[in-house]
Ligand binder design. Structure first.
Ligand SMILES: Nc1ncnc2c1ncn2[C@@H]1O[C@H](COP(=O)(O)OP(=O)(O)OP(=O)(O)O)[C@@H](O)[C@H]1O
Length: 261
């Protein structure tokens, strides 16, 4: 089944990541630092964790730079016409048969055509019956926009419960992705978004009527398992953003897999 193969793929990736991180720790153990002190394995693990935090922070920084400092659609248009650019595209958004409100949202964001990853991934993400997909491409090539579009396309507005769930490695990245959902869905005002992040405290027993939930693994797990705000069986689209960072971060890895299952 599709779900089983996704879980199997995650298990295989985990095994690969585990063996890689073991190798790194061993290497760190015998390396003295500048003061001649040999690091213990605990100290080496901490460095490893810090590295992962750095990658999440780097991703956030890239997004902030792109959204706040770079605002030039002409540049993107030129890149999309350059066959060597990762944003190069020959297809149009019309060919993807998006809902008119979403097409309007996409154009309002200044997107004229899908990027390469969007051109390849969106038909799979929008396919019937739904398929599982693991996508990897360099930073800034339009992955976030692609999965946001897929979530917005799958939502049934009349059904007032969470239908799409997106896990982000950090609070800040969850808010950034939420901003993209809000922008792209702005012509679909009946679509609602909830943030499952620290500080967003809801009453026990309360039901969530928002269609899309975006959050960090710990809070999402609480909302699903402990507080039962979300019924995971009703989730149509599950997104694991920055999956490499998530799988490499021990706590997030366990929580993400528990949520997915
Ligand atoms: N089809 C498109 N046309 C024009 N601009 C686009 C398109 N898709 C995405 N963008 C813009 O390109 C930038 C990068 O997109 P996005 O954040 O989706 O990339 P990403 O691959 O998720 O990046 P990261 O790996 O850092 O998370 C954003 O500013 C986004 O608005």
């Amino acid at each position: 089944m599709a779900t089983d193969s996704w879980a199997l793929a995650v298990d295989e990736q985990e095994a690969a990541v585990k063996s890689m991180s073991n190798l790194q720790i061993k290497e760190e153990k015998v390396k003295p630092d500048t003061n001649g002190v040999i690091k213990t394995s605990a100290a080496a693990e901490k460095t490893d964790e810090e590295e992962k935090e750095d990658r999440a922070a780097q991703s956030l920084l890239n997004k902030l730079i792109r959204s706040n400092l770079v605002d030039n659609t002409n540049q993107v248009e030129v890149l999309q016409r350059d066959p060597s650019s990762p944003l190069y595209s020959v297809k149009s958004f019309e060919e993807l048969r998006l809902k008119p409100q979403l097409l309007q949202g996409v154009y309002a964001m200044g997107f004229n055509r899908p990027s390469k990853i969007q051109e390849n991934a969106l038909p799979m993400m929008l396919a019937e019956p739904p398929q599982n997909l693991i996508a990897q491409s360099q930073s800034g090539t339009g992955k976030t926009a692609a999965f946001v579009l897929a979530m917005l396309s799958r939502v049934e507005p009349a059904e007032r419960y969470p239908q799409c769930l997106c896990l982000s490695p950090t609070y800040e990245l969850a808010l950034q992705t939420g901003k993209v959902i809000e922008q792209m869905g702005k012509f679909h005002p009946e679509l609602k978004l909830a943030y499952a992040v620290r500080g967003n405290k809801l009453e026990r027993g309360q039901k969530i009527s928002e269609h899309i939930v975006i959050g960090t693994p710990g809070t999402v797990l609480d909302w699903c398992a402990k507080l039962k705000f979300i019924d995971p069986k009703k989730i149509k689209v599950f997104v694991l953003d920055e999956a490499d960072v998530m799988i490499a971060t021990q706590g997030h890895q366990d929580q993400s897999i528990r949520i997915q299952r």
